[in-house]
Design a binder for this molecule. Structure first.
Ligand SMILES: [Mn+2]
Length: 327
């Protein structure tokens, strides 16, 4: 791990033009990770861009330390020699699989991530699957290379940790994430500012949507999984972004019932997005998501399938039953 971190650092030192890529619909870990990296590249005076296939939520953009990514395809015409993908299990999740396959110049891909389903798609892969966040992987990267973590970098990394541990409450929270968070705070990251920003993040409209979702909670008794769903009509007239759904999915971890929870969301073009969560050590939701063509972590994963809500729900139950048999 240390060797890979040092190799990557050498490549950065020698690079002419770098593109940083967080995953699509970037969350606090994806944006926090690219922002901390951007601050570091600025300190090195390195020419670089941050490309994201979709815009970041307007809510996250209100955090002044997070750097707004750019979705202009013109970036790729600058022929970056180094493409650094952060917080993505594969290039499709990052939203750049098509773009990469059309590149004709020479480049290297660097993959820095913590997803259990990571496919090691880079020429260099710094992947720590038991890390709570990509921010944690980057913390180690900076340490291995004796890079000073300044205040802005610390605040960006702490944003990633808070996001992926759901305010230090979910299964990804461990001694390592808490220890790193404490050092980041020591380095000037304002925990109270971030904590309040993340906790006081609900609007009246959003909570009404929560009410709808929660009123539909059901349980598959045999498989012991709690589930609910959102139709297109539910949020057609509301300005609700992807992260809101993640928030509900994470909240379902508070349930004392069921081994895992599932929330299905109807997308446009007849597709359904599923988010799986658990705090139970005896179930690995990344295995279920993988069977359904998705991916993620042992305790939090997701997938997108074609079909109606009923059809997709049926496929999920089949995937759960299949993953149980394998054991
Ligand atoms: Mn992450």
């Amino acid at each position: 791990m240390e060797r890979t971190a040092k190799q990557i650092h050498n490549l950065i030192i020698n690079a002419q033009n770098i593109v940083l890529v967080p995953h699509q619909n970037p969350d606090g870990d994806a944006l926090g990770s690219v922002s901390s990296f951007s601050y570091y590249l600025i300190s090195l005076n390195k020419r670089h861009y941050i490309f994201c296939a979709t815009p970041a939520s307007s809510k996250l953009q209100t955090l002044p330390h997070l750097i707004e990514p750019n979705n202009s395809l013109e970036i790729w015409k600058t022929q970056p020699d180094l493409i650094i993908v952060l917080d993505s299990g594969d290039l499709k999740y990052a939203g750049i699989d098509q773009i990469i396959s059309n590149l004709t110049h020479e480049y290297l891909i660097i993959n820095i991530d913590h997803h259990n389903s990571n496919t090691n798609f880079g020429q260099h892969n710094l992947v720590i699957k038991n890390a709570s966040a990509t921010a944690e992987v980057l913390y180690h990267f900076y340490k291995y290379n004796n890079i000073n973590i300044d205040k802005n970098m610390a605040l960006s990394l702490l944003t990633g940790l808070i996001t992926d541990t759901d305010n230090f409450t979910n299964g990804a929270t461990n001694t390592s994430s808490l220890k790193i968070a404490s050092e980041l705070i020591h380095r000037g990251a304002n925990f109270n500012f971030l904590k309040n920003w993340f906790i006081k993040d609900k609007s009246i409209l959003a909570l009404k949507l929560w009410g709808t979702v929660l009123s539909r909670l059901s349980k598959h008794e045999e498989l012991d999984i709690v589930y609910t769903y959102l139709t297109k009509n539910d949020f057609n007239n509301l300005e609700i972004n992807e992260n809101e759904i993640e928030g509900i999915a994470n909240f379902l971890n508070n349930l004392g019932e069921g081994r895992a929870s599932l929330i299905l969301k109807e997308l446009s073009n007849k597709k359904i997005k599923g988010s799986l969560r658990t705090t139970n050590d005896n179930i690995d939701v990344s295995v279920i998501a993988k069977t359904l063509g998705g991916g993620g972590h042992k305790k939090a994963s997701g997938f997108v399938l074609e079909g109606t809500l009923e059809e997709v729900l049926k496929k999920v139950w089949e995937a759960v039953a299949k993953s149980e048999k394998k054991k």
